[in-house]
Design a protein around this ligand. Sequence first.
Ligand SMILES: [Fe+2]
Length: 312
Amino acid sequence: MATLADPQPDFATLPEMAADVFTAPLARPAHVGDDWLEPQQTDYTADDHGVWDDLFARQMEVLPGRACSAFMAGLDKLDLSRGGIPEFGKLSEELGALTGWSVVPVPMLIPDHVFFWHLANRRFPAGNFIRTRETFDYIEEPDVFHDVFGHVPMLTDPTYADYMQEYGRAGWKAMRYNRLKALGALYWYTVEFGLIEEAGSVRAYGAGILSGPTEARFAVEAASPNRIMLNVDRVMRTDYVISDLQPTYFVIESFADLYRQTVERDFDRLYRSLPAGFTYANSAVIDVDNVLHRGTQEYHLRGGRGSGAVPV
Ligand SMILES: [Fe+2]
């Protein structure tokens, strides 16, 4: 059966891109090669480590009871509470022993095909820099706190770790079909902003939720956003916002369910039927939805970020 990822190139070395596939022309800094990897992690200052510790402490006030158990267990397994920005070599040793993943430093957002290639090889590219105290609450590009605190603990879960690898392999196929936007929506609504049913309620497993205090509360318990059971066909047709809290979150039953719905799916058929653009607005509730909570959308109707609206 055709699946999310096949036919696959050999991912041992960075595969050649087909000539007719477009990727965003990012300017590569002179000191990194085709793999976009930094030769080494930044030498952080004492204040950089202090920023990490303060961000960490703030999240730990919010996440118990809101983050899924796999994430909380991952924090423990990797001993991320030991203080300071983790050293990627040591972190990779510990993570590698658990699920075979490693964490590698990159200077900034990297091209899609290079990102996919690293994931396909169970390498998680993490931003090298850390935000400043001036940008403590909101950053445009993912930094080491978002990437390592938000994403890496989840990679200790074996099923989730497999999903991420398959997602990387799948990226190459989406590029061939020119459907990166649709696959990007799947990433957005799972890896970045996913919720999971747990202990009779919903908890967060998406890094975009887990790495910020406001969204952690909003996603899990506010009245505004919709909470809808994940349906891959629907999610890949759904627009998303990158600069504000989400009007809708999608919920999975389990990581095995996420794996089944995506990796074991005939994506050739899906890509052939997908329109080039998005069909559904990010706040829409449609007939096929299995709705856990129909949001009031009060926060977004009052103007969202920048308007002073309270995220309720
Ligand atoms: Fe992220």
